[in-house]
Design a protein around this ligand. Structure first.
Ligand code: PEP
Ligand code: MN
Length: 347
């Protein structure tokens, strides 16, 4: 971090500020005295240095960060890719493409098991299904709650597929103890209490990018989880809000190579919530894999017209089958494998 001081500061004022910074942030200071101005270079870990508070000091003209404010998620300090291993041995982030699929929300035993069996047959290796749903309208279906998680576990038992489901609040977390991956939805990306609590438990977390959040904010949210003790985080781009109205959101495909460059964490794409339209899910999935995504999370329903949530963007099992076939072609073209099912340990 570089701090430019205002002109004509006395030596004692500069020294006083220097000592304040050294003490408060435990950093070294390099002072360079120019003809007109004095510049302080902070040496050491500056991730805890509050830029705004420095800017507010009387003596300060300008502050500039030269190092990213995230440490744990930063590839600079962890050059190798993070590989997350689930209980059944499935590896995420090892270079292969991991396919997650399932309904937006769990609706009934028949629905979730039928979809689970269909997506498994096509090549999905993890089953998704929301039990707690963050809906825009309080009058819309809010999910089956704990019963939904029970049905998801049942589908896991029947198919052997590990499961992923969204947690919306700290108080729900105890229900997720045996859920293989815990999802943080776009609307909760900056629920910092939830992120801290997820850092204190051991399950991997799939963290979705907020509707209007920057890549750096996503990484800072990952940092919350990681700095609290859980380094198994998967980043997920799911489309952001732009002026475009032809899609539900705009898929920021550039987030994939950027996140892979900045961070060692696995990066997934959710083409369903980005597109909002079923036919668009296939080309977006292919683009994601071509761009280097570690996996996809896709909504599939056995009867989209009757779905209680997000039916208008859900694929039928046949459509999902076609997506998988095309994704396999792209994966082969970029020299990557698509993960295959691993028999689960008895749960
Ligand atoms: C979902 O996965 O069903 C969901 C609500 O996603 P998002 O948080 O990306 O909107
Ligand atoms: Mn959904």
């Amino acid at each position: 971090m570089i701090i430019v001081l205002k002109n004509n500061q006395t030596e004692s004022k500069i020294n006083e500020f220097k000592e304040y910074l050294e003490k408060k942030y435990n950093v070294g200071i390099h002072v360079s005295v120019g003809r007109d101005s004095v510049v302080l270079g902070l040496i050491g870990d500056t991730s805890a240095v509050d830029e705004d508070s420095i800017r507010a000091q009387e003596i300060v003209q300008e502050v500039k960060r030269v190092q990213e404010p995230y440490k744990k998620a930063n590839r600079k300090f962890h050059p190798d890719d993070t590989v997350i291993t689930l209980e059944n041995g499935l590896k995420i982030g090892d270079g292969s493409v991991t396919l997650i699929a399932g309904p937006c929300s769990v609706e009934s035993e028949e629905q979730v098991t039928e979809v689970a069996e269909a997506v498994k047959k096509s090549g999905a290796v993890i089953l998704r299904g929301g039990a707690f749903k963050p809906r825009t309208s309080p009058y819309a279906f809010q999910g089956m709650g704990a019963d939904g998680l029970k049905l998801l576990r049942l589908a896991r038992k029947r198919t052997g597929l590990p499961i992923i489901s969204e947690v919306m609040s700290v108080s729900q977390l105890e229900l997720f103890e045996d859920v293989d991956i815990i999802q943080v939805g776009a609307r909760n990306m900056q629920n910092f209490d939830l992120l801290k609590a997820l850092g204190k438990q051991r399950r991997p977390v799939l963290l979705k990018r907020g509707l209007a959040n920057t890549i750096e904010e996503l990484l800072m949210s990952a940092e919350y989880i990681m700095s609290n003790g859980n380094e198994n985080v998967i980043l997920c781009e799911r489309g952001i809000r732009t002026f475009e109205t032809k899609t539900r959101n705009t898929l920021d495909i550039s987030a994939v190579p950027i996140l892979k460059k900045l961070s060692h964490l696995p990066v997934f794409i959710d083409p369903s919530h980005a597109a909002g339209i079923p036919w668009l899910v296939e080309p977006l999935s292919m683009a994601a894999v071509a761009a280097g995504a570690d996996g996809l999370i896709i909504e599939v329903h056995n009867n989209p017209a009757k779905a209680l949530c997000d039916g208008s963007q859900s694929l039928t099992p046949d459509m999902f089958d076609s997506v998988v076939n095309n994704v396999k072609k792209i994966a082969a073209a970029v020299d990557r494998k698509v993960s295959v099912f691993k028999a689960a340990v008895d749960i």
